[in-house]
Design a protein around this ligand. Structure first.
Ligand code: G6P
Length: 369
């Protein structure tokens, strides 16, 4: 096992560090930035189905559901197709309206999650076209769907999902870009810019991994907290949810993710000097609004840990701690902002002596209801 961990203390840490290379594996042969080409066989073969869809419905569970939320934002913004994201477990039990004009995307790392599989079967019965985004080749979901695209993340052993999440976002962003190209909903220059930016994302993820040390220092300060709040807006709202999920899964600290602006409708009541608030505040995307949210936290004595773009000055003045990440456009930022949150949870869990790779009560894949 020590050999399989490749010199890392835990599978989770190894998998966090694999992200630059597995994101590359995921877009290899599919993304040709200089030629302005994005192609995935499963999408090309079924392009008309996607283009004729009244809407795209995404079904998933856990971290994969968070990737689905990022996909909702990116597909709607780039391709202007309405998207709905559902927990597979809710979808299957609520007599959903679904027609042959719907395209359903099922996201699953393992490809074995019982609720997601059942949601797929239901969608197929109603005549929808079902597309899978799975990591495990030959898994039940990859066989049950009409077509799909694999995330080439390699085996993920740590129960808390890390590299599966970023590679899912990579695939879903490529789908959004491909559909945008077919529909003409992005200008040529934006399309090229995003392709080029996606191509260099692995380097930026690598840079973001350099926040390991600072994340560890911050972890040491907050490891004994009993609660934690994660806030983000737009593309980084799902990242806030995922950051909170990572923390609760492996450190057993109660954590909640919230859209930053929604804080005033509830969570703000929880803020006092005991409450660490992790705010995702990159330069691109609602920055000024997030700054005012940070001021609201500060005036209530909350402890602010902010994820900011390198060179930021405004948030730095307000926050107790900052983690600096490289700049990206808003739409691709989840691939970067999520990295320090994974590291922060990892270090807190290690410092609390938790079983990082196999947290209590959780399973890597939930094949029962
Ligand atoms: C379990 C795992 C999570 C995962 C979820 C969905 O709860 O512990 O890490 O996100 O299942 O799994 P899937 O394999 O369908 O992505």
């Amino acid at each position: 096992e020590q050999i399989e961990k490749g010199g890392y203390d835990h599978f989770m840490l190894k998998e966090i560090y694999e992200q630059p290379s597995v994101i590359k594996d995921t877009y290899r042969g599919r993304l040709h930035a200089n030629e302005g080409i994005i192609q995935m066989a499963g999408v090309e073969d079924n392009l008309e189905k996607f283009l004729n869809a009244d809407r795209i419905l995404i079904v998933a569970c856990g971290t994969s559901w968070h990737a689905g939320l990022v996909a909702e934002y990116v597909i709607e913004e780039f391709a202007r197709i309405p998207v709905e994201v559902e927990y597979a477990s809710e979808f299957r039990y609520r007599n959903p309206i679904i027609t042959p004009k719907d395209v359903v995307i099922a996201i699953s790392q393992s490809g074995e999650t019982a609720d997601t599989l059942a949601a797929i079967k239901l969608a197929k019965e109603k005549g929808a076209f079902v597309f899978g985004v799975c990591n495990v080749v030959g898994s039940s979901i990859s066989r049950e769907t009409h077509a799909g695209a694999y995330t080439h993340a390699g085996p993920e052993i740590g129960v808390a999902s890390t590299k599966a999440f970023t590679t899912q976002i990579t695939v879903l962003t490529m789908i959004a870009l491909r559909l945008a190209k077919a529909k003409g909903t992005l200008s040529n220059s934006d399309f090229f810019r995003y392709l080029q930016e996606l191509e260099i994302i692995p380097e930026k993820v690598q840079e973001a991994l350099a926040t390991n040390e600072v994340s560890k220092e911050i972890a040491a300060k907050f490891k004994d907290s009993s609660n934690c709040l994660y806030l983000g807006r737009g593309y980084n709202f799902p990242v806030a949810l995922e950051g909170a999920l990572k923390l609760k899964e492996i450190s057993y600290i109660h954590a909640e993710g919230y859209p930053a602006a929604e804080m005033k409708h509830g969570p703000i009541a929880l803020i006092d000097e005991q409450m660490p608030v992790i705010v995702i505040a990159p330069k691109q995307g609602h920055y000024d609004k997030v700054v005012s949210n940070i001021q609201e936290i500060k005036s209530r004595s909350g402890k602010i840990i902010a994820v900011v773009t390198k060179g930021d000055t405004q948030v730095k003045e307000l926050a107790d701690h900052v983690i600096e990440i490289p700049e990206t456009s808003d739409a691709l930022s989840p691939l970067i902002t999520t990295i320090p949150l994974q590291l922060l949870s990892y270090h807190i869990a290690v410092m609390r002596d938790c079983n990082v790779d196999q947290p209590r009560n959780l399973a890597k894949s939930v094949t029962v209801e």
